[in-house]
Write a protein that binds this ligand. Structure first.
Ligand code: ATP
Ligand code: MG
Length: 522
């Protein structure tokens, strides 16, 4: 970590801390394993949350390769309602987990402020939570610690579940638990000390959360911990009169003391109360109807991410072990495509891997068992410009912005992550001595001074999303003010001079493009 001195307001000296490409700011909160700090990606201004785990609290200093693989997989988790893990930076003293930032605070502070929620609002939050939980369970990750502190909101009041996958790493990595979280959300078998904690413990916690959303209080509560445990194990709780009978049935099923009799996530998904106004994007239909067809792109991506040979991934796919990390990675990549597809319809707001989910679509919800093929397939011509909102989660983009088809684009295509592409562009521009102004993280105005004439040539660089994983860096010519003035003055002379001037301007623009492409291709 680097530190440097800076001048704060009122010429107070403040210490600036940096880790990787991030400037570290205020503390957002503290948990069992360390602090969570606010951070900013220096090049692009993207806001992030950085969880700092001190290595002193970790028994085993060397992360075994199994855990490394789990972390590699966590970075592949891409869901509109799960906090995304962007990067893990290791130093001799700490581990920094750079995550998506949720600016709306904790869901339960929201309930504390508003009291019990309207049934429709409670259902909307609950549907988002179950969609995220279902996604993780399908990829072999159980949360085990669903509680208020891990349910965050973005500034559009969409739920973002934090810390998915951490409990696995904590157990395997032998992180020391120095304190225990609130037991109000823990399933009876967990407080009884049973070792196995599968998906059913998350269903129990979701039942408690649903109750809290609808009633503004907890089903099992007591200041005295042994009495609280007794209440949880008995599983008897009050049902207020105002609750709809349909949701009461769902609650009773989710809060069954016997884990074998408890509702499964599939039961919840099929429940009539859950199905009401269910947005289609939360449960997109399977991506490929024929699961026997191997997705070669996904195989290549796994090889690249895990630095393994194709044959190793192929063998993993044949393996019977559901916890095989290469197999999980492959399934995640394939699954992410269907989420990306379902959202592509909503243009930029669909680019949720780093931001918010799309607005709740007004299309009729389909049942999770519906096997009709997805109407939203990636299409190479369907491109959407990336905007700041894709990063900040601000959905100020008009709802349902139609996806435009463009005829021609001058630019270069890449399959790197958008922020990585932009970072390369900044480096190249620096080398070439270009000057630039950031209009948003994916749109920049660039200029280069012609040493002979002293005038500037300007162009705009815009990153577009072509399909679920490719991006196009588009070059656009801008007739800058200086040149416009020159052209106007010239007009008074001859039209030949005029066209020569604009021709010259275009040539300079192409030279700039060529220099940039050459530098990027290095
Ligand atoms: P545990 O250590 O058991 O996970 P915890 O969830 O309370 O407990 P942390 O995960 O360290 O602890 O988080 C501490 C606090 O930091 C949270 O309660 C939340 O308010 C804030 N926080 C965590 N992650 C983010 C995030 N991605 N964006 C914004 N705030 C966050
Ligand atoms: Mg947490």
């Amino acid at each position: 970590m680097e530190t440097s001195q800076g001048q704060g307001p009122g010429s107070q000296t403040i210490t600036l801390m940096k880790i990787g490409h991030y400037q570290i700011g205020n503390t957002l909160g503290a948990g069992t394993f360390g602090k969570v700090k606010y951070g900013v990606h220096i090049l692009t201004g993207t806001k992030v949350a950085i969880k700092i785990l001190n290595r002193r609290t970790i028994k085993n200093l060397d992360m075994v390769s199994k855990i490394k693989r789990e972390i590699t997989n966590l970075k592949l988790f891409r869901h509109p309602h799960i906090i995304k893990l962007y990067q893990v930076i290791s130093t001799p003293t700490d581990i920094f987990m750079v995550m998506e930032y949720a600016s709306g605070g904790e869901l339960f502070d929201y309930i504390k402020e508003k009291g019990k929620l309207k049934e429709s609002e409670a259902r909307r939050f609950f549907q988002q939570i179950i969609s995220g939980v279902d996604y993780c369970h399908r990829h072999m990750v159980v949360h085990r610690d669903l509680k208020p502190e891990n349910l965050l909101l973005d500034h559009n009041l969409h739920v973002k579940i934090a810390d998915f996958g951490l409990s696995n790493i904590m157990v395997d990595g032998e992180f020391l638990r120095t304190s225990c979280g609130s037991p109000n959300y823990a399933a009876p078998e967990v407080i009884s000390g049973k070792l196995y904690a599968g998906p059913e413990v998350d269903v129990w916690s979701c039942g408690i959360i649903l109750y809290a959303l609808l009633c503004g209080s907890l089903p099992f509560d007591d200041e005295n911990v042994p009495s609280l445990f007794k209440k949880i194990k008995n599983g008897v709780f009050q049902i207020p009169d105002y609750l709809n009978q349909s949701v009461v049935r769902l609650l009773l099923h989710m809060l069954m003391v016997d884990p074998m009799k408890r509702a499964t996530v599939d039961d919840i998904k099929k429940h009539e109360w859950f199905q009401k106004d269910l947005p289609a994007y939360l449960f997109p239909p399977p991506y490929d109807m024929d699961s026997s067809v191997i997705d070669q792109d996904a195989i290549s991506e796994v090889c690249e991410k895990f630095q393994v040979e194709t044959v190793e991934v192929q063998n993993a796919l044949l393996s019977e072990d559901p916890h095989n990390q290469l197999k999980i990675a492959y399934n995640l990549i394939v699954d992410n495509k269907r989420f990306a597809d379902a959202n592509a319809l909503y243009s930029i707001s669909a680019f949720y891997s780093a931001g918010s989910p799309p607005p709740a679509p007004q299309t009729p919800a389909f049942s999770p068992s519906d096997s009709s093929p997805s109407p939203f397939r990636p299409h190479p011509e369907r491109i959407a410009p990336l905007r700041e909102r894709a990063l900040s989660g601000d959905r100020g983009v008009p709802k349902g912005t139609p996806v435009k088809r463009a005829k021609w684009h001058l630019g270069i295509r890449s399959q790197s992550k958008p922020l990585d592409i932009m970072s390369e562009v900044y480096k190249a521009m620096k080398v070439l001595g270009f000057e630039w102004k950031v209009l948003n993280p994916f749109l920049i105005r660039v200029r280069r001074r012609n040493a002979m004439t002293g005038s500037y040539v300007q162009m705009a660089l815009q990153l577009y999303q072509v399909d679920y994983k490719s991006y196009l860096l588009d070059f656009k010519i801008i007739s800058n003010n200086t040149n416009e003035i020159v052209l106007q003055e010239k007009k008074a002379i001859t039209s030949e001079d005029d066209s020569q001037m604009s021709c010259h301007h275009v040539m300079e623009f192409f030279e700039m493009c060529a220099a940039l492409i050459t530098e990027l291709a290095r």
